[in-house]
Write a protein that binds this ligand. Sequence first.
Ligand code: AMP
Length: 423
Amino acid sequence: MDLNSPRGTADIFGEELGYRNFIEGTAKKLFSLFNYQEIKTPAFEHTEVFSRGIGENTDIVQKEMYTFEDKKGRSLTLRPEGTASVVRAIIEHKLYSGRLPLKVYYNGNMFRYERPQKGRMREFHQLGVEAVGVSNPAIDAEVIWLANQLFGEIGFKDLTLLVNSIGCHKCRKDFIKKFKAYIEPKKDKLCRDCKNRFSNNPLRIFDCKKKSCVNVISNSPKIYNYLCKDCREHIEKVIAYLKNLNINYEIDYNLVRGFDYYTKTIFEVISRQIKSAQNALGGGGRYDHLIGQFGGPDMPAIGFAIGVDRTAMLMKQLGIKPRGRGKKKKVYLIAMDESYYSFLLEVAKFLRNIFICEINFSIKSVGSELKWAEKNNFDFAIIIGEQEVKDSKITVKDIRAFKQYEFNWLTEKDNLMEFLKGK
Ligand code: AMP
Protein backbone atom coordinates (compact mmCIF):
# COMPACT_ATOMS: atom_id res chain seq x y z
CA MET A 1 0.00 0.00 0.00
CA ASP A 2 1.41 3.43 -0.98
CA LEU A 3 0.76 5.72 1.96
CA ASN A 4 2.72 8.73 0.73
CA SER A 5 0.94 11.79 -0.68
CA PRO A 6 0.17 11.39 -4.41
CA ARG A 7 2.77 12.61 -6.93
CA GLY A 8 2.58 16.37 -7.45
CA THR A 9 0.80 17.09 -4.16
CA ALA A 10 2.26 18.35 -0.89
CA ASP A 11 1.50 18.44 2.80
CA ILE A 12 1.92 22.01 3.96
CA PHE A 13 2.77 22.75 7.59
CA GLY A 14 5.19 24.53 9.89
CA GLU A 15 7.35 27.27 8.38
CA GLU A 16 6.03 26.65 4.85
CA LEU A 17 2.49 27.30 6.05
CA GLY A 18 3.69 30.58 7.56
CA TYR A 19 4.68 31.76 4.05
CA ARG A 20 1.33 30.69 2.59
CA ASN A 21 -0.68 32.35 5.36
CA PHE A 22 1.32 35.54 4.96
CA ILE A 23 0.68 35.64 1.17
CA GLU A 24 -3.03 34.94 1.66
CA GLY A 25 -3.35 37.45 4.51
CA THR A 26 -1.58 40.16 2.50
CA ALA A 27 -3.77 39.45 -0.54
CA LYS A 28 -7.03 39.48 1.42
CA LYS A 29 -6.13 42.80 3.04
CA LEU A 30 -5.26 44.38 -0.30
CA PHE A 31 -8.26 42.90 -2.14
CA SER A 32 -10.57 44.38 0.45
CA LEU A 33 -8.89 47.82 0.10
CA PHE A 34 -9.73 47.58 -3.61
CA ASN A 35 -13.28 46.64 -2.50
CA TYR A 36 -13.39 43.04 -3.72
CA GLN A 37 -15.66 40.55 -1.92
CA GLU A 38 -14.76 36.90 -1.40
CA ILE A 39 -16.46 34.07 -3.30
CA LYS A 40 -15.98 30.34 -2.70
CA THR A 41 -16.92 27.89 -5.44
CA PRO A 42 -16.80 24.06 -5.43
CA ALA A 43 -13.51 22.26 -6.04
CA PHE A 44 -15.18 20.34 -8.89
CA GLU A 45 -17.62 21.32 -11.60
CA HIS A 46 -19.42 19.71 -14.52
CA THR A 47 -16.65 19.07 -17.04
CA GLU A 48 -18.21 21.36 -19.64
CA VAL A 49 -17.61 24.41 -17.43
CA PHE A 50 -13.91 24.00 -18.12
CA SER A 51 -13.91 22.39 -21.56
CA ARG A 52 -16.14 25.13 -22.96
CA GLY A 53 -14.75 27.91 -20.82
CA ILE A 54 -11.01 27.34 -21.17
CA GLY A 55 -11.25 26.01 -24.75
CA GLU A 56 -11.28 22.47 -26.19
CA ASN A 57 -7.94 22.98 -27.91
CA THR A 58 -5.92 24.16 -24.95
CA ASP A 59 -3.29 22.00 -23.20
CA ILE A 60 -5.28 22.19 -19.97
CA VAL A 61 -8.42 20.71 -21.47
CA GLN A 62 -6.69 18.24 -23.76
CA LYS A 63 -4.10 16.84 -21.37
CA GLU A 64 -4.27 18.18 -17.86
CA MET A 65 -7.75 17.83 -16.41
CA TYR A 66 -8.64 15.47 -13.57
CA THR A 67 -11.93 14.27 -15.04
CA PHE A 68 -13.98 11.45 -13.56
CA GLU A 69 -17.47 10.05 -13.61
CA ASP A 70 -19.46 10.09 -10.39
CA LYS A 71 -21.67 7.19 -9.35
CA LYS A 72 -24.52 8.47 -11.54
CA GLY A 73 -22.28 8.68 -14.60
CA ARG A 74 -21.95 12.51 -14.62
CA SER A 75 -18.66 13.81 -15.96
CA LEU A 76 -17.04 16.01 -13.33
CA THR A 77 -13.65 17.75 -13.27
CA LEU A 78 -11.48 19.05 -10.44
CA ARG A 79 -11.03 22.75 -11.12
CA PRO A 80 -7.82 23.50 -13.03
CA GLU A 81 -8.30 27.30 -12.57
CA GLY A 82 -10.69 29.73 -10.93
CA THR A 83 -12.24 31.97 -13.59
CA ALA A 84 -14.57 29.47 -15.30
CA SER A 85 -16.07 28.39 -11.95
CA VAL A 86 -16.53 31.97 -10.77
CA VAL A 87 -18.22 32.91 -14.05
CA ARG A 88 -20.52 29.89 -13.74
CA ALA A 89 -21.46 31.00 -10.19
CA ILE A 90 -22.00 34.63 -11.25
CA ILE A 91 -24.46 33.52 -13.93
CA GLU A 92 -26.19 30.92 -11.76
CA HIS A 93 -26.90 33.48 -9.01
CA LYS A 94 -27.31 36.48 -11.37
CA LEU A 95 -24.66 38.31 -9.37
CA TYR A 96 -24.26 40.69 -12.31
CA SER A 97 -27.68 42.25 -11.69
CA GLY A 98 -26.49 44.79 -9.09
CA ARG A 99 -24.14 47.71 -9.54
CA LEU A 100 -21.25 47.02 -11.89
CA PRO A 101 -18.45 46.20 -11.80
CA LEU A 102 -19.08 43.15 -9.71
CA LYS A 103 -15.74 42.55 -7.98
CA VAL A 104 -14.95 39.18 -6.40
CA TYR A 105 -11.85 37.34 -5.25
CA TYR A 106 -11.19 33.67 -4.60
CA ASN A 107 -8.55 31.55 -2.94
CA GLY A 108 -8.31 27.82 -3.45
CA ASN A 109 -6.60 24.67 -4.56
CA MET A 110 -6.43 23.87 -8.29
CA PHE A 111 -5.63 20.61 -10.04
CA ARG A 112 -3.74 19.97 -13.28
CA TYR A 113 -2.29 16.69 -14.43
CA GLU A 114 1.12 18.10 -15.37
CA ARG A 115 4.59 16.63 -15.12
CA PRO A 116 5.61 17.71 -11.61
CA GLN A 117 8.83 19.67 -11.23
CA LYS A 118 10.09 22.58 -9.18
CA GLY A 119 7.29 25.18 -9.18
CA ARG A 120 4.87 22.90 -10.97
CA MET A 121 2.47 20.76 -8.96
CA ARG A 122 -0.59 18.67 -9.70
CA GLU A 123 -2.39 20.29 -6.79
CA PHE A 124 -1.47 23.94 -6.33
CA HIS A 125 -3.06 27.07 -4.91
CA GLN A 126 -4.22 30.25 -6.55
CA LEU A 127 -5.54 33.58 -5.34
CA GLY A 128 -7.43 35.57 -7.93
CA VAL A 129 -9.83 38.40 -8.66
CA GLU A 130 -12.52 38.96 -11.27
CA ALA A 131 -14.08 42.34 -12.12
CA VAL A 132 -17.21 41.95 -14.22
CA GLY A 133 -19.28 44.37 -16.27
CA VAL A 134 -16.93 47.20 -17.26
CA SER A 135 -15.17 47.58 -20.61
CA ASN A 136 -13.39 50.84 -19.74
CA PRO A 137 -9.59 50.35 -20.06
CA ALA A 138 -9.13 52.15 -16.72
CA ILE A 139 -10.29 48.97 -14.97
CA ASP A 140 -7.65 46.94 -16.86
CA ALA A 141 -5.06 49.29 -15.40
CA GLU A 142 -6.61 49.03 -11.94
CA VAL A 143 -6.57 45.21 -12.03
CA ILE A 144 -2.93 45.16 -13.24
CA TRP A 145 -2.06 47.68 -10.54
CA LEU A 146 -3.65 45.37 -7.93
CA ALA A 147 -1.60 42.36 -9.10
CA ASN A 148 1.55 44.46 -9.18
CA GLN A 149 0.96 46.00 -5.77
CA LEU A 150 0.23 42.61 -4.23
CA PHE A 151 3.71 41.36 -5.13
CA GLY A 152 5.14 44.65 -3.85
CA GLU A 153 3.38 44.28 -0.48
CA ILE A 154 4.62 40.71 -0.19
CA GLY A 155 8.13 42.16 -0.46
CA PHE A 156 9.26 41.58 -4.08
CA LYS A 157 11.27 44.30 -5.75
CA ASP A 158 12.51 42.95 -9.07
CA LEU A 159 9.60 41.28 -10.81
CA THR A 160 8.73 42.03 -14.42
CA LEU A 161 5.25 42.88 -15.60
CA LEU A 162 4.58 41.73 -19.17
CA VAL A 163 1.62 43.16 -21.07
CA ASN A 164 0.16 42.38 -24.48
CA SER A 165 -3.13 42.54 -26.34
CA ILE A 166 -4.52 39.58 -28.23
CA GLY A 167 -7.29 41.62 -29.82
CA CYS A 168 -10.91 40.73 -30.30
CA HIS A 169 -12.48 37.91 -32.32
CA LYS A 170 -12.41 40.05 -35.46
CA CYS A 171 -8.81 41.24 -35.50
CA ARG A 172 -7.56 37.92 -34.20
CA LYS A 173 -9.15 36.13 -37.13
CA ASP A 174 -7.37 38.41 -39.62
CA PHE A 175 -4.11 38.02 -37.74
CA ILE A 176 -4.35 34.23 -37.66
CA LYS A 177 -4.63 34.15 -41.46
CA LYS A 178 -1.39 36.15 -41.76
CA PHE A 179 0.31 34.15 -39.04
CA LYS A 180 -0.57 30.81 -40.66
CA ALA A 181 0.66 32.01 -44.03
CA TYR A 182 4.01 32.89 -42.37
CA ILE A 183 4.28 29.57 -40.49
CA GLU A 184 3.12 27.30 -43.33
CA PRO A 185 6.54 26.98 -45.08
CA LYS A 186 8.25 26.41 -41.67
CA LYS A 187 5.70 23.92 -40.38
CA ASP A 188 8.14 20.99 -40.46
CA LYS A 189 10.25 22.66 -37.78
CA LEU A 190 7.37 22.71 -35.28
CA CYS A 191 7.03 20.06 -32.56
CA ARG A 192 4.25 17.48 -32.90
CA ASP A 193 1.92 19.37 -30.55
CA CYS A 194 2.46 22.61 -32.44
CA LYS A 195 1.74 20.90 -35.77
CA ASN A 196 -1.69 20.09 -34.32
CA ARG A 197 -1.99 23.58 -32.86
CA PHE A 198 -1.28 24.98 -36.33
CA SER A 199 -4.58 23.48 -37.52
CA ASN A 200 -6.68 23.72 -34.33
CA ASN A 201 -5.50 26.73 -32.38
CA PRO A 202 -2.49 28.47 -33.98
CA LEU A 203 -2.11 31.19 -31.31
CA ARG A 204 -1.12 28.46 -28.83
CA ILE A 205 2.16 28.04 -30.76
CA PHE A 206 3.32 31.23 -29.00
CA ASP A 207 2.96 29.35 -25.69
CA CYS A 208 5.30 26.49 -26.67
CA LYS A 209 8.58 26.47 -24.78
CA LYS A 210 10.37 24.08 -27.19
CA LYS A 211 13.40 25.70 -28.75
CA SER A 212 12.51 24.81 -32.35
CA CYS A 213 9.05 26.36 -31.97
CA VAL A 214 10.43 29.43 -30.16
CA ASN A 215 12.78 29.90 -33.16
CA VAL A 216 9.95 29.58 -35.66
CA ILE A 217 7.87 32.30 -34.01
CA SER A 218 10.76 34.62 -33.14
CA ASN A 219 10.36 36.65 -36.34
CA SER A 220 6.73 35.86 -37.05
CA PRO A 221 4.05 38.55 -37.29
CA LYS A 222 2.80 39.61 -33.83
CA ILE A 223 -0.83 40.19 -33.05
CA TYR A 224 -0.09 43.52 -31.34
CA ASN A 225 0.74 44.95 -34.75
CA TYR A 226 -2.51 43.74 -36.30
CA LEU A 227 -5.05 45.03 -33.78
CA CYS A 228 -8.22 46.72 -35.03
CA LYS A 229 -8.75 50.40 -34.17
CA ASP A 230 -10.86 49.67 -31.08
CA CYS A 231 -8.41 47.10 -29.65
CA ARG A 232 -5.42 49.33 -30.36
CA GLU A 233 -6.99 52.33 -28.65
CA HIS A 234 -7.92 50.12 -25.71
CA ILE A 235 -4.40 48.80 -25.05
CA GLU A 236 -2.88 52.24 -25.63
CA LYS A 237 -5.14 53.68 -22.95
CA VAL A 238 -4.28 50.84 -20.56
CA ILE A 239 -0.60 51.58 -21.10
CA ALA A 240 -1.11 55.31 -20.60
CA TYR A 241 -2.86 54.62 -17.26
CA LEU A 242 -0.05 52.29 -16.17
CA LYS A 243 2.48 55.02 -16.94
CA ASN A 244 0.34 57.44 -14.97
CA LEU A 245 0.44 55.06 -12.00
CA ASN A 246 4.24 54.72 -12.35
CA ILE A 247 3.95 50.98 -12.92
CA ASN A 248 6.86 49.54 -14.89
CA TYR A 249 5.84 47.19 -17.68
CA GLU A 250 7.22 45.59 -20.82
CA ILE A 251 5.17 44.80 -23.88
CA ASP A 252 5.74 41.12 -24.65
CA TYR A 253 4.60 40.59 -28.23
CA ASN A 254 4.77 36.80 -27.80
CA LEU A 255 2.56 36.65 -24.70
CA VAL A 256 -0.71 34.79 -25.38
CA ARG A 257 -1.47 32.88 -22.11
CA GLY A 258 -2.94 29.39 -21.99
CA PHE A 259 -6.71 30.00 -22.10
CA ASP A 260 -8.93 30.64 -25.09
CA TYR A 261 -11.32 32.99 -23.34
CA TYR A 262 -9.02 36.02 -23.35
CA THR A 263 -9.68 39.12 -25.44
CA LYS A 264 -7.69 42.37 -25.66
CA THR A 265 -5.47 43.00 -22.60
CA ILE A 266 -3.44 40.11 -21.15
CA PHE A 267 -0.59 40.30 -18.64
CA GLU A 268 1.78 38.18 -16.62
CA VAL A 269 4.12 38.83 -13.70
CA ILE A 270 7.38 36.92 -14.04
CA SER A 271 10.65 36.63 -12.19
CA ARG A 272 13.80 36.73 -14.27
CA GLN A 273 15.59 35.31 -11.21
CA ILE A 274 13.94 31.93 -11.83
CA LYS A 275 15.89 30.33 -14.63
CA SER A 276 13.18 27.98 -15.84
CA ALA A 277 10.03 27.96 -17.89
CA GLN A 278 8.13 28.05 -14.56
CA ASN A 279 8.99 31.69 -13.96
CA ALA A 280 5.45 33.12 -14.02
CA LEU A 281 4.04 34.03 -10.62
CA GLY A 282 0.67 35.15 -11.86
CA GLY A 283 -1.24 36.41 -14.82
CA GLY A 284 -4.57 37.44 -16.16
CA GLY A 285 -6.48 39.34 -18.74
CA ARG A 286 -9.75 40.50 -20.17
CA TYR A 287 -12.42 38.01 -21.20
CA ASP A 288 -15.25 39.95 -22.80
CA HIS A 289 -17.29 37.03 -24.16
CA LEU A 290 -17.00 34.23 -21.61
CA ILE A 291 -20.08 35.27 -19.65
CA GLY A 292 -22.18 35.47 -22.82
CA GLN A 293 -20.75 32.18 -24.01
CA PHE A 294 -21.89 30.56 -20.74
CA GLY A 295 -25.46 31.75 -21.32
CA GLY A 296 -25.25 34.96 -19.26
CA PRO A 297 -25.55 38.49 -20.65
CA ASP A 298 -22.81 39.52 -23.06
CA MET A 299 -20.76 41.28 -20.43
CA PRO A 300 -17.08 42.26 -20.40
CA ALA A 301 -14.79 41.16 -17.56
CA ILE A 302 -11.16 41.06 -16.47
CA GLY A 303 -9.24 39.18 -13.80
CA PHE A 304 -6.00 37.57 -12.72
CA ALA A 305 -4.69 34.69 -10.63
CA ILE A 306 -1.42 34.35 -8.76
CA GLY A 307 0.22 31.06 -7.85
CA VAL A 308 0.63 30.88 -4.07
CA ASP A 309 3.06 27.93 -4.16
CA ARG A 310 5.40 29.59 -6.62
CA THR A 311 5.21 32.92 -4.82
CA ALA A 312 6.19 31.19 -1.55
CA MET A 313 9.01 29.36 -3.36
CA LEU A 314 10.45 32.56 -4.77
CA MET A 315 10.13 34.38 -1.44
CA LYS A 316 12.34 31.70 0.10
CA GLN A 317 14.84 31.81 -2.76
CA LEU A 318 15.16 35.58 -2.44
CA GLY A 319 15.17 35.63 1.37
CA ILE A 320 11.87 37.52 1.66
CA LYS A 321 10.46 36.67 5.09
CA PRO A 322 6.77 36.68 6.02
CA ARG A 323 6.21 39.69 8.25
CA GLY A 324 4.26 39.06 11.46
CA ARG A 325 1.10 41.01 12.11
CA GLY A 326 1.66 42.31 15.67
CA LYS A 327 3.17 39.05 16.88
CA LYS A 328 1.46 37.75 20.03
CA LYS A 329 3.58 37.03 23.10
CA LYS A 330 3.97 33.44 24.22
CA VAL A 331 3.68 32.21 27.79
CA TYR A 332 4.62 28.72 28.97
CA LEU A 333 2.78 27.55 32.10
CA ILE A 334 4.59 24.90 34.10
CA ALA A 335 2.91 22.90 36.89
CA MET A 336 5.35 21.10 39.17
CA ASP A 337 2.81 18.53 40.36
CA GLU A 338 -0.43 16.92 39.18
CA SER A 339 -2.34 18.62 42.01
CA TYR A 340 -1.51 22.16 40.74
CA TYR A 341 -3.34 21.89 37.42
CA SER A 342 -6.63 23.44 38.60
CA PHE A 343 -4.75 26.62 39.60
CA LEU A 344 -2.73 26.49 36.39
CA LEU A 345 -5.83 26.11 34.18
CA GLU A 346 -7.43 29.10 35.92
CA VAL A 347 -4.33 31.21 35.17
CA ALA A 348 -4.22 29.95 31.54
CA LYS A 349 -7.89 30.84 31.02
CA PHE A 350 -7.20 34.41 32.18
CA LEU A 351 -4.01 34.89 30.12
CA ARG A 352 -5.39 33.34 26.91
CA ASN A 353 -7.59 36.41 26.45
CA ILE A 354 -4.42 38.02 25.10
CA PHE A 355 -1.42 35.69 25.05
CA ILE A 356 -0.51 32.41 23.37
CA CYS A 357 -0.33 29.93 26.26
CA GLU A 358 1.10 26.44 26.30
CA ILE A 359 0.80 24.07 29.26
CA ASN A 360 3.20 21.31 30.34
CA PHE A 361 1.18 18.10 30.59
CA SER A 362 4.04 15.87 31.65
CA ILE A 363 6.06 16.85 34.67
CA LYS A 364 9.80 17.14 34.14
CA SER A 365 12.43 19.29 35.83
CA VAL A 366 12.03 23.08 35.79
CA GLY A 367 15.43 23.34 34.09
CA SER A 368 14.48 21.20 31.12
CA GLU A 369 11.09 22.90 30.79
CA LEU A 370 12.73 26.34 30.69
CA LYS A 371 15.24 25.19 28.11
CA TRP A 372 12.40 23.92 25.91
CA ALA A 373 10.52 27.24 26.31
CA GLU A 374 13.61 29.23 25.30
CA LYS A 375 14.22 27.04 22.28
CA ASN A 376 10.61 27.45 21.16
CA ASN A 377 10.58 31.24 21.37
CA PHE A 378 8.44 31.68 24.47
CA ASP A 379 8.68 35.11 26.08
CA PHE A 380 7.69 34.11 29.62
CA ALA A 381 7.41 31.01 31.79
CA ILE A 382 5.00 30.86 34.73
CA ILE A 383 5.95 28.24 37.29
CA ILE A 384 3.30 26.86 39.62
CA GLY A 385 4.80 24.95 42.54
CA GLU A 386 3.88 24.24 46.12
CA GLN A 387 4.67 27.74 47.36
CA GLU A 388 2.71 29.43 44.57
CA VAL A 389 -0.45 27.44 45.31
CA LYS A 390 -0.11 27.97 49.07
CA ASP A 391 0.36 31.77 48.76
CA SER A 392 -1.87 32.25 45.67
CA LYS A 393 1.02 33.84 43.84
CA ILE A 394 2.38 33.72 40.33
CA THR A 395 6.10 33.47 39.60
CA VAL A 396 6.94 34.84 36.15
CA LYS A 397 10.30 34.23 34.49
CA ASP A 398 11.31 36.56 31.68
CA ILE A 399 13.03 33.94 29.57
CA ARG A 400 15.40 36.15 27.63
CA ALA A 401 16.29 38.57 30.45
CA PHE A 402 16.80 35.74 33.01
CA LYS A 403 14.74 37.75 35.54
CA GLN A 404 12.01 36.60 37.87
CA TYR A 405 8.92 38.49 39.16
CA GLU A 406 6.10 37.68 41.56
CA PHE A 407 2.42 38.72 41.54
CA ASN A 408 -0.38 37.98 43.96
CA TRP A 409 -3.05 36.12 42.03
CA LEU A 410 -5.93 37.51 44.14
CA THR A 411 -4.94 41.17 44.24
CA GLU A 412 -2.50 41.77 41.34
CA LYS A 413 -4.08 40.07 38.29
CA ASP A 414 -4.29 43.32 36.35
CA ASN A 415 -0.68 44.20 37.22
CA LEU A 416 0.37 40.79 35.94
CA MET A 417 -1.46 41.38 32.65
CA GLU A 418 0.06 44.84 32.23
CA PHE A 419 3.52 43.53 33.06
CA LEU A 420 3.29 40.76 30.44
CA LYS A 421 1.89 43.15 27.82
CA GLY A 422 4.42 45.86 28.50
CA LYS A 423 7.61 43.86 28.26
P1 AMP B 1 -2.49 30.23 -15.01
O1 AMP B 1 -3.83 29.91 -14.38
O2 AMP B 1 -1.98 29.09 -15.83
O3 AMP B 1 -2.47 31.53 -15.69
O4 AMP B 1 -1.48 30.35 -13.82
C1 AMP B 1 -1.45 31.43 -12.91
C2 AMP B 1 -0.36 31.14 -11.91
O5 AMP B 1 -0.66 29.95 -11.19
C3 AMP B 1 0.98 30.84 -12.55
O6 AMP B 1 1.66 32.03 -12.83
C4 AMP B 1 1.66 30.02 -11.48
O7 AMP B 1 2.22 30.84 -10.50
C5 AMP B 1 0.51 29.24 -10.89
N1 AMP B 1 0.46 27.88 -11.47
C6 AMP B 1 -0.13 27.49 -12.61
N2 AMP B 1 0.01 26.17 -12.81
C7 AMP B 1 0.71 25.71 -11.74
C8 AMP B 1 1.20 24.42 -11.33
N3 AMP B 1 0.95 23.33 -12.05
N4 AMP B 1 1.90 24.33 -10.18
C9 AMP B 1 2.15 25.42 -9.42
N5 AMP B 1 1.71 26.66 -9.75
C10 AMP B 1 1.01 26.80 -10.89
